[in-house]
Ligand binder design. Sequence first.
Ligand code: XIL
Length: 337
Amino acid sequence: MKKISIISILLIALLSFSSCGKSFRDGAKEKGFNAGIALGAGTFLDPNVAKIIKENSYIVVSENCMKWANLRPNKTFWNWNDVDQLIKFADENGMQVKWHTLFWHRQNSNFISSNWTREEALAAMDEHITTIMTRYKGKIKEYDVVNEMFEEDGTMRKNVWYNTIGPDYIEHALIKAHETDPDAKLYLNEYNNEDKGNRKADAMFNFVKDLKERGIPVDGVGMQLHLDTSYSYVEEKIRRNIKRYAEIGIDISFSEVDIRMPTDNPAAYEEMQKERYLSLYKLAAENPNVKSVITWGWTDKGSWIPGEFPGKGNALMYDADGKEKPVYKAVKKFLCK
Ligand code: XIL
């Protein structure tokens, strides 16, 4: 009897030393936000991957399969299969699904035309919104309605929707989306928009504030946060930005987080990467209007970074073999507290 209780005390001590007994996603939930991961089509069908996703996510997003080029390679063919499978997986595992993205300047279908008249473009926009949001009403509760709508200097990006419809294309999309599914949370998603004082970030804040003042339905702003250890990071600038959004009733998603570094000497950057990851999760815990922290993938093997930024990588919290890195353990320890 005595022996058994000593063994159990030792076991409990060992367990609490090595882990807090909470999953990463439950730790985040207790701190007031959803942890999440962007997934490649069908990746979750591998049981080893599914285990990692279940440990880490209450919200999932598709890396590509909801974009026009993948979802709708031509006007009448809709490739719903990948999205439906993701929703099924999420439903079975208590996760939300976020739509990324209804409108963007990249990964579009060939039939989208810059020769469309305003009326033709508006009709195409409406058809896209109503087809998707009617099909997934009640199943998808959060949408990136427009992605990357600003240039670095704070002017609006002249994408095909801007060029055919005009600057009011964003409010048109938001109104139509809200009309189609009034319960869905509508986000505008952007990169380099996290620092208060940055031209693009300030332009986006003023734009969203104006939408709110005019009663246009908008619920949140996504900060992609594809960070790079070679650039500066000032936590206070992000904090101030989050807080000014809170003041106007706007939620924030850290929507595509990864922190890349030069791959020739990763050891030199790992500590800095760890501090920045920790800082982001701390900001999310500290600010009630930050609703989610989503990483863009989970292992360095599947990450989009090396393909898009040659010489850069090691951006995620699992290594190329799918093992937790020290940075993951540090964030988990914080979430466990
Ligand atoms: C990326 C995907 O990860 C890649 O697989 C694809 O080749 C290009 O797009 N910002 C976004 C995401 O909003 O949609 C992008 O995803 C990464 C940058």
